[in-house]
Design a binder for this molecule. Structure first.
Ligand code: KG4
Length: 332
């Protein structure tokens, strides 16, 4: 069975042709980082317009690379929620048109379920496991008891962790997206000179908060009356990341204890962080985790996770017709 995966929920347009949930026949992606860098963040209308411009081109290129034609596709899987509504609408409209004209089934995929399962395409992991989805839009902790069986244990009450990194980088004129920029600036530094606040680290729940970290970092330099100097930037970049990731690791350790599993599926753009990977793999006095990560290119938004999740849904009897709608927010 050839599955066409389409992802356009935010600022990445991605296409994947997958054979039977196993073999990647072609993957194409267009990220819009350069387009949005001038604004220091994503502009929804600009994102939707770019999806429209590139989706057909990526689809044609993927079919050529896989040596397939439209008639070879058996199933279409598309991200339909959550995300930017204009961006989602482009992918969903394309998927519905293809499904109708080719007479093949269509499955709408929840973007977060896609991230959760992206790790399982690459690793065999026993259930139950925890699922930590960390990106520019989400900071969610789930209990994953099987395919389609997810319980939300905690989530951010304000900014997502990637959003916090992006906003801090934007504030100090360092560029966009902030996560990889701060990672590069910090290099191999592992000394936490600034000890920025760790919001909600000590609360008994499994929720997160990142707007306080952003404010604390900005106020620290406002009080100094100047931004970090070039010489201070590497330690600054390390301390921001250390504060952000310590809360992720400590809350995941708490969830691991509460749910008697140390296995963690880590996904989303921030899962590409080298420092987060190191911290998740380290021994802590609260315990040790057994984290599983997708390869770097499948941490950020991609269509493999959508094709793979769509294939799982289809095998469980799920299909959607032309009534499938894009939705900006929807629980998993
Ligand atoms: O999953 P994603 O591609 O898009 C959504 O937000 O849905 O994630 C993008 C986020 C951005 O906030 C970006 O700063 C962050 O992932 N990111 C990273 C790294 N690469 C991307 N954060 C930390 N370290 C990285 N290497």
């Amino acid at each position: 069975m050839i599955i066409l995966g389409i992802e356009s929920s935010c600022d990445d347009t991605a296409i994947c042709l997958l054979n039977d949930g196993k073999e990647i026949l072609a993957e194409k992606k267009n990220d819009q980082n350069a387009l949005h860098a001038a604004f220091g963040g994503i502009v929804p209308e600009v994102a939707a317009r770019r999806h429209l411009e590139v989706l057909n081109v990526l689809l044609r290129d993927a079919l050529i690379e896989a040596n397939l034609s439209f008639e070879d596709i058996d199933l279409i899987a598309v991200t339909h929620a959550p995300g930017l509504i204009g961006s989602l609408a482009v992918g969903v409209s394309a998927a519905k048109a293809l499904s109708l004209s080719l007479g093949i089934p269509l499955v709408g995929v929840h973007h977060i379920e896609g991230h959760l399962l992206s790790t399982l395409y690459h690793h065999e992991v026993e259930f139950p496991a925890l699922g930590l989805v960390v990106s520019g839009g989400n900071t969610d902790l789930y209990l994953v008891e099987g395919f389609g069986r997810y319980e939300l244990l905690g989530q951010t009450r304000d900014d997502a962790v990637g959003e916090c990194l992006d906003k801090i980088a934007k504030h100090f004129g360092l560029g966009y997206p902030g996560g990889p920029i701060l990672e590069k600036l910090a290099g191999d530094i592992r000394e936490d000179r600034y000890r920025f606040t760790r919001p909600m680290l000590g609360t008994p729940d499994l929720d997160f908060s990142y707007s306080g970290l952003k404010t604390a970092v900005i106020y620290h330099f406002r009080d100094l009356g100047r931004p970090p100097t070039d010489a201070e930037l590497p330690h600054f970049a390390y301390s921001v990341q250390a504060a952000a990731y310590e809360v992720l690791v400590r809350k995941t350790l708490r969830a691991a204890k509460e749910h008697s599993t140390s296995r963690v599926l880590v996904s989303g753009g921030v899962a590409a962080s080298k420092l987060l990977r190191e911290m998740m793999c380290a021994d802590h006095k609260q315990g040790t985790l057994e984290p599983y990560f997708p390869p770097l290119k499948h941490c950020t938004d991609n269509a493999l996770m959508i094709a793979y999740t769509g294939w799982h849904l289809f095998n469980r009897g799920v299909t959607h017709g032309q009534e499938l709608e894009a939705a900006a927010s929807l629980p998993v």
